[in-house]
Ligand binder design. Structure first.
Ligand code: WTA
Length: 649
């Protein structure tokens, strides 16, 4: 596979990017051979209120502690120190609304707004350690809310504003949030999404929330619950206040971010303060090496980890100017990304392969309408980038002058794990490979039993050592943290992906090795969709799987078995779609729903999703019985017949 993809090595023609892989290798070696010294120096990227006693406490694995007893505050590092050191009037964000309005907020402006809202949080009874859910669209109040929470030591859990009421309620319940911060609505593709209505519905299913703070964004007609709901503009009345930052121990939690797993409910990855902050700031610098005058645009949503780490924390820690765009990349036309790059002279852009493939489909004429010469670096994240999309991005957007920084990482890792590093020495690039690990990251490719594989052999990727950005635990579930990530290969972190290391040492990430879906660069659980389906009164059983898709990487497909009393009709399918949209959110709605008579199962009654998928994709192996020893072959055959009958209809 790697050989197939590697084609010819590619080097940007831009003089700035002389490959300097040698200095990367030296830094990398130092990080592995002298980790204490390395991370002690690297932690100087932040301002610490109190220095740590120990760089790494690994006495209770897998609960690793970084910069033990060090104290700092994330909002102080994002704001106060820049204001003190000459960046008061620098733009922190250039915010672009979907309708084209713009707002520019300086470091001082952001600092003032964060202090004012931090005071409002305190006045509303939020204390250090309390949990807050943030359910906001891409508006400036989102980073303000995150930083204000961080300033007073409250732990926030951002829920992506595309999630539905059921998904939201589950996250509120698991985090036991006392407050929700939301907006009346959000603009998306020229339409209004009624966020407050979704909150009202979710809160019917929860009991911990006392206060809902509502930002007025769309002017939608909303219900205000007098004892519970307050307007953002009413609680942000002060014009100048100062809130002393809470000094957080490095391993105190900063935020919880829920992500999908293979079983059960979503997992709340808990990130800490010190290690996470060192990691995000360092990785952004190493990989992209943004200059002080550069404009950085991470075009992800703030509700996913990419937005947390690379729209909010890392760029603010580094004192950069970021673009933040409210809306859809194809609205009002598929040149929106390119128009914003031209208008705001963006230097570094970071987006997903799905976004690139979506825009590529509209052809070169859209980027050609715009002057993209300000671009210096192009980044991607979220899924493997196929060489065709890589090439299109490289040639049509970067005009063969800009390196492509393909960053491989996860919600749990906090920041980039593997990716080319301009700041340390750019390697010759191979389209489709994320290239080399960040300092301190020691990947290994293993077989099922844990034997280390040779170069060019496909296996599971794991990490031999802890790294500062790693999550602390899973919220309320330390056992699951141990079990999911550290049991398969004792002493190592197992991330659930397949990979190959080629003979030149380049890493090629080859997708999930489990039943987690990756749709448009978003991690979604099959189990969540199945749960939503079987909670409908018509559905007896369901199997959900990912179907390869040329644009989104994967789309969701589902097979359902109806309860006897229900008829197979199109009305049921649209009802199921609607239900998933309302419960989980639009991104979870399956592209295909098939109604079948039965599903392949093991003798113990477990649905064999792998077989369902193989059948649906026409990849059925000759001998099905070997797939799962205890499988009932008859049942599988029946399902195949039912399915092909369905397909012929
Ligand atoms: C996948 C997103 C290949 C991978 C930051 C991982 C990638 C999952 C890449 C994490 C990449 C992310 N190349 N695959 N550059 N980046 N992935 O938690 O399967 O939403 O495990 O974090 O996305 O998704 P998550």
């Amino acid at each position: 596979m790697a050989g197939e993809q590697s084609q010819k090595d590619v080097l940007p023609t831009n003089e700035v990017y002389h490959p300097g892989i040698g200095s990367y290798q030296q830094t990398y070696r130092e990080s592995i051979e002298h980790p204490e010294e390395f991370w002690s120096n690297q932690a100087g990227i932040l301002d610490w209120h109190k220095k740590w006693d120990k760089v790494l406490d690994d006495s209770n694995p897998p609960f690793f502690k970084w910069f033990v007893n060090g104290q700092l505050n994330a909002s102080y590092n994002a704001l106060d120190r820049h204001i003190k050191h000459g960046k008061r009037n620098k733009a922190a964000y250039i915010w672009v609304a979907e309708n084209g309005d713009e707002k520019i907020i300086t470091y001082d402006g952001l600092y003032r707004r964060v202090n004012i809202f931090a005071k409002a949080l305190l006045d509303l009874g939020i204390k250090r350690g309390d949990k807050i859910v943030i359910y906001l669209p891409m508006i400036l109040e989102a980073p303000v809310a995150m930083l204000a929470a961080a300033r007073i030591g409250a732990v926030f859990s951002f829920v992506f504003a595309g999630f539905g009421a059921g998904a939201l309620a589950e996250r509120i319940n698991d985090s036991k949030a006392k407050m929700v911060i939301t907006a009346d609505g959000a603009f998306r593709n020229g339409k209004v999404i009624e966020l407050k209505k979704i909150i009202d519905e979710a809160l019917e299913l929860t009991s911990t929330v006392n206060t809902v703070v509502v930002v007025k964004r769309t002017g939608s007609d909303i219900q205000i619950d007098e004892g519970r709901d307050v307007w953002w503009h009413d609680v942000n009345k002060d014009s100048s206040v100062y809130v002393e930052p809470e000094w957080m121990e490095s391993n105190d939690p900063l935020y919880i971010l829920y992500t999908s797993g293979t079983t059960g409910k979503p997992k709340g990855a808990v990130h800490g303060n010190g290690g996470y902050a060192v990691w995000t700031a360092s990785t952004l610098k190493w990989a992209f090496n943004p200059g002080d005058d550069d404009r950085w645009w991470c075009a992800a949503d703030i509700g996913w980890v990419t937005g947390h780490s690379y729209i909010v924390f890392a760029p603010l820690f580094l004192g950069l100017t970021s673009i933040m765009y409210e809306g859809s990349i194809t609205y009002p036309a598929p040149d929106r990304l390119w128009a914003i790059i031209e208008r705001y002279r963006v230097n570094l852009i970071y987006t997903s392969p799905t976004a690139i493939r979506t825009l590529m489909r509209f052809g070169e004429k859209y980027p050609k309408q715009h002057d993209l010469s300000s671009l210096k670096v192009l980044g991607t994240v979220g899924e493997p980038i196929n060489p065709a999309a890589w090439k299109w991005y490289y040639e049509n957007i970067g005009h063969s002058n800009c390196p492509i920084i393909d960053t491989y990482w996860q919600t749990e890792t906090g920041g980039f794990m593997i990716g080319p590093q301009i700041g340390l020495g750019l390697p010759p690039l191979k389209p489709g490979s994320a290239t080399f690990p960040m300092p301190g990251v020691e990947p290994v490719i293993l077989d099922e039993k844990g034997k280390e594989l040779k170069d060019e052999e496909k296996g599971y990727i794991a990490y031999k050592k802890p790294w500062p950005g790693m999550f602390l635990t899973l919220n309320n579930d330390p056992d699951r943290y141990k079990k999911v990530y550290f049991e398969k290969y004792p002493g190592m972190y197992f991330c659930g992906d397949y990979a190959i290391r080629d003979k030149d040492g380049y890493y090629w990430l080859l997708g999930r090795a489990d039943e987690v879906l990756n749709v448009a660069g978003h991690r979604l659980g099959t189990i969540e969709v199945e749960d939503a389906l079987i909670s409908s009164k018509e559905v007896a059983e369901s199997a959900v799987f990912g179907k390869p898709d040329p644009v989104k990487g994967e789309v969701i497909a589902a097979m359902v078995v109806l309860k006897e009393e229900f008829q197979d009709d199109t009305e049921i399918i649209s009802k199921l779609r609607k239900r998933i949209r309302e419960d989980l959110g639009a991104i979870y709605v399956p592209e295909e729903i098939h109604i079948v008579k039965s599903l392949p199962k093991t003798r113990s009654g477990k649905i064999m999703r792998r077989v369902v998928k193989a059948v649906a994709l026409n990849q059925l192996p000759g001998d099905i019985s070997t797939l799962e020893n205890s499988a009932s072959v008859d049942e599988i055959k029946e399902a195949i017949e039912a399915f092909s009958k369905e397909a012929k209809k």
